[in-house]
Design a protein around this ligand. Sequence first.
Ligand code: SF4
Ligand code: SF4
Length: 417
Amino acid sequence: MNLNEFYKLEKQRVISECKVCGLCVKKCPIISKTEIADVKPKEIQRAILDFLIHGKDSPVLRERIRACMKCYGCVGLCPQGLNPLRILEICTWEMAEQGIAVFPEWDPKSPDLVHRVLASIQTTALEYERIFKPSDIAQAETLFFPGCNVYYQPEKLLNALDVMKMIDPDFAFVPGLDYCCGFCHIAKGRPGRAGNAFKELMDKITSYQPETVVLWCPTCSCALETTFGPFTEYPFKILTLAQYVSEHLDELEIVEKLSTKITVHDACKVALTGLDVVGSRKILEAMGAEIVEMSRSGPESACCGCAALVTYPEAGSKMLEDRIDEAAETGASILATACHFCNQMLASRQQNVRFKVENYINLLSTSLGIKREDKFRKYMRWADVERILADAAPFVEVSPFSRSLIEQTVKSVFKSL
Ligand code: SF4
Ligand code: SF4
């Protein structure tokens, strides 16, 4: 079965089994901040069903689709066993097919993609090759796939690769961007393209015959489990990077202890779906940290709001600030993030607080004696194009991208943050 066929079957299941109870809408953390905040949850779900059954377009339908942050918070809460996020994905697909809405394409393979340009000005030529070249080996017991977004912050990926190597020197690596789990196409209403991307990734992964596949990106974990998982039998075990590392802690030599209080911001997608509720906690404890939990954590975790920043800047900002306040209440000196994107967003709001925002993989690498500068964070703080370009000059010189593209990228990313 492919994704289009699965969605068609699921659509019929939704039509016959959704009781329009409205629970999935009621529990959605963004609805109360949208233009449909005053519409009853049942009426919102009725608009969804009216579209799926009768093809009826409506402002409520459009707003419901636009609002979704893909936090996966609703995935397991339907009493009928439906997946409410998948219902929205099916609507997105049909809206795109029928020309009701246009969802501009995003192509991770695009050669001039901002992720690639940013990675090139923060890494040496050798490091750049290391994060973009698939392993040149025939078979591996363990395989690591990082997904796409971490390429904004390549030192985290390089640190993760170093940690993986310490645990299994013969692991295989499949790079993100050139390979993709397909989720970016699902979000744009293109399940056919998503299915092709997923197949390409699976063909590449299985060519190494791994027993364990380690994923860095929470969206990839959810896509493999909740989107493709229901009709795919994987010939390998899938773990998040945090799960894999925490199973191999005795193979790592912690040389610098982290004797401090740390609170953990889970990646909402994997925590809310229950895919990884331990996250980085075991790793941080092994490093000597005392974990102090925020009021919303683990399976009750909260989305940082970063996905809402574009559609509802005020609401997204408020969600980020609420999370920062919650972290401050714990008295922790570090807010450890599991996801690089949450890290990017939470770090942008840490100026007036006493704790530092750090991704767990950077904390772990430091404890293992691996030192790499978080240049993305430094550039974000500077927000000064000339200064950034001067600092990155040795890498700009050897970057495969033109000076003008680099300048334009630096301006668009760091001026707008
Ligand atoms: S994924 Fe999150 S934002 Fe989207 S509908 Fe579900 S709960 Fe709401
Ligand atoms: S999808 Fe499930 S939770 Fe949502 S309205 Fe239908 S029955 Fe209720």
